[in-house]
Design a binder for this molecule. Structure first.
Ligand code: SF4
Ligand code: SF4
Length: 119
């Protein structure tokens, strides 16, 4: 499907890592000295990371990508600990989508932890 999702310019990324904590789903990592989207399904295209980048390497654009997967995102943040869970819930509260927030709270009690990896 075509949807809005983060795009990283690897030519301008200096691997500083400043964007990582601003992502509520922990979708970004620096596996090789550059920021990478670890899994399309973790990024909902919110744009929270964009302003954190001092190099202007991040943008949200429309492209082909797998759909955002809230279940996977919940597993990802839960595996990172309570602080990450609170960050995701705060982000979802700010979105004002009560149905999404309710589903996230339900999933928090059921889905297994999900370390990000290929796929
Ligand atoms: S656009 Fe949002 S979900 Fe996607 S990487 Fe940036 S902060 Fe994370
Ligand atoms: S903040 Fe920008 S320059 Fe730093 S790692 Fe993230 S994308 Fe790269």
């Amino acid at each position: 499907m075509r949807r809005r999702i983060v795009t990283i310019n690897e030519q301008t990324c200096i691997g500083c890592g400043l964007c990582l904590p601003d992502c509520p789903t922990l979708a970004l990592g620096i596996p090789d000295g550059k920021s990478r989207l670890l899994d399309d399904r973790l990024c909902d295209g919110c744009g929270a990371c964009v302003s954190a980048c001092p190099e202007g390497a991040l943008r949200v654009t429309e492209r082909e990508a797998r759909p955002f997967d809230l279940c996977r995102a919940i597993g990802r943040v839960r595996s990172a600990g309570e602080c990450a869970v609170r960050g995701l819930l705060a982000y979802l509260e700010g979105c004002g989508d009560e149905a999404l927030l309710s589903r996230a709270r339900d999933l928090l009690g059921t889905v297994p932890d999900e370390p990000a990896g290929p796929g």
